[in-house]
Design a protein around this ligand. Structure first.
Ligand SMILES: [Fe+2]
Length: 360
């Protein structure tokens, strides 16, 4: 065992003691074979030295694939912009965790401008609204659930509000509401929040309390009422099937309606321990089929028509095993674009038996 400065860490080193933050939260357990992500995580916590084993483990060497054979996603992941964005969103997720924890136990004031500041930086790094989904869709293997989810929902809510051409003030409200919508999860037992298997009915009920607990936490704070409503109403559905109040239609805050769509989209396209990420096109198809009853039609239509465009030029895998590039979007059937497979143009809207099963 030896003590190594954080600056000297490299992939393959094995952690020989549990690593804790200054306030005693586990960062990485003993035995972790470090990869780039772990190293970034350690650095984000401003730790100086850690104990590692004397012998380094081999990390899987990356197979070299010629650049021209890489998919759009693989090429994107190699760009400096993507690497920077990934590093920063992970760093910010860590910071957000600290802030949420301190706000929840009342040791830090809820300063919404300060909290949302990093979100706007991330936008700049992603190259604005158009680049954000490219980044988010390729960050899907991340596991820092609540905080990463909060940042994603904030970025997506901002983007939807921008696509809807709302005022700058409203865009800011959607960004802030998206960021803190799940703050109540700080007040739900962590075992429940971090559970990696599906929740039982009883646990689900306890988990649902995060909206009312979150609202209790923010209701007397000096923040806009729409932001408070995002915390309370982001699980409401327009047909009355949501919670906690089973609100219908216009009773649901219009900013919370944006966060609701962003929340469901991010939740479903995220990978969970007990299930793979759902393909965005399956989520889009579900939204097309059932979304109009459950979500604000203006929000959902704007979201769907724009999001599909963000996939143009992406390579996708079809249910017949072939892969191709999305080249054209069908405005009447957004989940069924035209895909170019080799020299063949496949119009999915006229081939009902075929669907997109993943973005590769
Ligand atoms: Fe939630």
């Amino acid at each position: 065992m030896k003590l190594v400065s954080v600056d000297k860490l490299e992939p393959g080193l094995v952690v020989s003691e549990n690593i804790y933050t200054i306030d005693d939260r586990l960062v990485l357990p003993k035995g972790t074979v470090l990869d780039e992500k772990d190293i970034a995580r350690i650095k984000a916590h401003s730790l100086y030295n850690i104990f590692v084993e004397d012998v380094k483990k081999n990390v899987e060497p990356k197979k070299e694939v010629p650049y021209e054979n890489l998919s759009y996603a693989e090429k994107l992941k190699q760009t400096e912009e993507f690497i920077k964005f990934k590093e920063h969103i992970e760093e910010n997720a860590e910071k957000l965790e600290e802030s949420f924890r301190m706000i929840a136990n009342d040791t830090m004031p809820l300063d919404i401008d300060k909290l949302t500041e990093p979100v706007y930086h991330l936008f700049v790094e992603a190259g604005g609204t158009s680049g954000i989904f490219d980044m988010l869709h390729n960050l899907r293997d991340n596991s820092d659930a609540v905080y990463m989810h909060s940042l994603n929902v904030s970025l997506i809510s901002n983007t939807i509000a921008t696509w809807m051409r709302l005022s700058n003030d409203e865009i800011q409200l959607a960004t802030a509401g998206g960021l803190i919508h799940d703050i109540g999860k700080m007040l739900v037992p962590p075992d429940l929040v971090n559970k990696t298997t599906p929740l039982t009915e009883y646990e689900q009920k306890a988990m649902r309390a995060h909206v009312t607990k979150g609202y209790e936490l923010v209701k007397n704070k000096d923040i806009d009422v729409h932001i408070k409503n995002c915390v309370l109403m982001h699980h409401e559905k327009r047909d009355g099937s949501g919670y906690p109040l089973a609100l219908r239609n216009e009773k649901i805050d219009h900013i919370a309606s944006i966060v609701a769509v962003a929340n469901v989209y991010d939740e479903m396209t995220a990978r969970r321990e007990y299930r793979d990420a759902i393909c965005p096109f399956t989520v889009i198809e579900n939204f097309e089929r059932e979304g109009i009853d459950k979500f604000d039609p203006k929000v959902i239509m704007t979201f769907l028509s724009n999001i599909v465009n963000t996939f143009i030029a992406n390579r996708v895998l079809l249910s017949n095993g072939k892969s191709g590039e999305i080249i054209f979007v069908n405005p009447d059937h957004l989940s069924k674009p035209v895909v170019k497979c080799g020299t063949e143009y496949v119009n999915l809207s006229s081939k009902r038996e075929l669907s997109i099963i993943s973005v590769i």
